[in-house]
Ligand binder design. Structure first.
Ligand SMILES: Cc1cc2nc3c(=O)[nH]c(=O)nc-3n(C[C@H](O)[C@H](O)[C@H](O)COP(=O)(O)OP(=O)(O)OC[C@H]3O[C@@H](n4cnc5c(N)ncnc54)[C@H](O)[C@@H]3O)c2cc1C
Length: 338
């Protein structure tokens, strides 16, 4: 049975795993290696240390489906809506740019539930804290090394991390990755999740708001209100995204300093907020792709025998539909090799 390794448990990696399981013509031994302690990647959902039901989406906020993607990706939307993983966004997001025919969706259990759905569907062995460091050729297989633990050999490897992280890998892969260097490094920003006591009402007429007049804060969301799951037993959670210039300026500063700066700016926008019970600050070093690979190929095949391919939003565009397109292209490329 061919051993397939997918590196990265974000949306592209989880979709590749689910599509491979559904569409491969022969049985495969599927593994997903993820460097973090949970799945989601840039669609991560963090939980309050005081209440497991109080969560906040620190990366992607909502899914925008254009009329074109509604057609070509209809089965993906239908599946997630049927399982209750997605539902229409009905709460007001001030400053959101809406184009004719666009539909917006939120994930009631948090945006990372999309990734968890696909991983479950795939039946793959998912290994957390498996940060890949090196990829080398050994006896017509790929020998993949990680930060801790022994290297393992695979017949096929799919890389789905952001391109700048692919370029940091060492070993024989360094000789075949030159093609992916054309992808423009992503912009960086910070996201902070703030968790409040049950019963607190944040008295504003919106669930999310784009801010244009603040040098630090670009977007605020009251996450439980955005997802339409407000409850008297669970405190509200607030998500703040910074501007890219702020992210660039404070990229190497301590999390404590950055959190303090963001809190002060938030106070000027929402002066009546009490102290949160808990806070989580996330640095997105590579947040969204500013310039994808030429002609958006969806995937880039780096080696044929044994097969090595990379996918992800760097080869399409930084959103839900971009990841579906990429996963489908990876699958097409893989099909001839399994
Ligand atoms: C702040 C922010 C807001 C966004 N807003 C939206 C939005 O509203 N709507 C929308 O559709 N999209 C949005 N996006 C974009 C969307 O989140 C991404 O396009 C999508 O999540 C990319 O998925 P991916 O699987 O390609 O990459 P990732 O999610 O980055 O997944 C790659 C995975 O690889 C892992 N990894 C990295 N290096 C290694 C290694 N060496 N070994 C093992 N694992 C590794 C990472 O930990 C990660 O889990 C937003 C992104 C950000 C950051």
């Amino acid at each position: 049975m061919a051993r397939v390794l997918i590196v990265g448990a974000g949306l592209t990696g989880s979709l590749c795993a689910a599509l491979l399981r559904r569409e491969a013509s022969c049985p495969l031994q599927l593994s997903v290696w993820e460097k973090c302690g949970d799945s989601g990647g840039r669609m991560t959902t963090t939980t309050s240390p005081y209440n497991q039901q109080c969560t906040a989406d620190l990366g992607a906020q909502y899914i925008t489906c254009t009329p074109y993607h509604a057609k070509i990706h209809q089965s993906f939307y239908d599946e997630l809506l049927a399982h209750g993983v997605l539902k229409p966004l009905t709460s007001p997001i001030e400053g959101m740019v809406m184009k004719d025919g666009d539909l917006n969706f939120v994930a009631p259990q948090g945006v990372s539930s999309i990734i968890k759905h696909y991983l479950k569907e795939s039946g793959a062995e998912v290994c957390f804290r498996h940060g890949v460091t090196q990829i080398n050729l050994r006896n017509d297989k790929w020998e993949v090394s990680r930060e801790t633990g022994s290297p393992e050999q695979f017949d096929l490897v799919v890389l789905t991390m952001p391109v700048p992280e692919i370029l940091q890998l060492q070993g024989d892969i360094e000789n075949c990755e030159s093609a992916s260097r054309e992808v423009r490094a992503e912009c960086c920003k910070y996201a902070v999740g703030l968790f409040y006591e049950a019963g607190l009402k944040i008295d504003v007429p919106w669930a999310g708001q784009y801010i244009t007049s603040n040098p630090c804060i670009r977007f605020i969301s009251i996450d439980n209100k955005k997802r339409n799951i407000e409850s008297p037993d669970v405190g509200p959670s607030l998500v703040v995204h910074t501007t890219v210039p702020f992210g660039v300026t404070y990229l190497e500063h301590s999390t404590e300093d950055v959190q303090e700066l963001i809190s002060r700016q938030l106070e000027s926008i929402l002066p009546d907020l009490p102290q949160p019970l808990g806070t989580k600050c996330q640095k997105w070093r590579y947040s969204q792709v500013t310039s994808a690979a030429a002609n958006c190929p969806g995937q880039m095949t780096l080696h044929l025998k044994p097969f090595l391919v990379c996918g992800g939003d760097g080869f399409t565009q930084s959103n839900f539909d971009g990841c579906i397109t990429s996963a489908r292209c990876v699958l097409e490329a893989l099909k001839n090799h399994i």
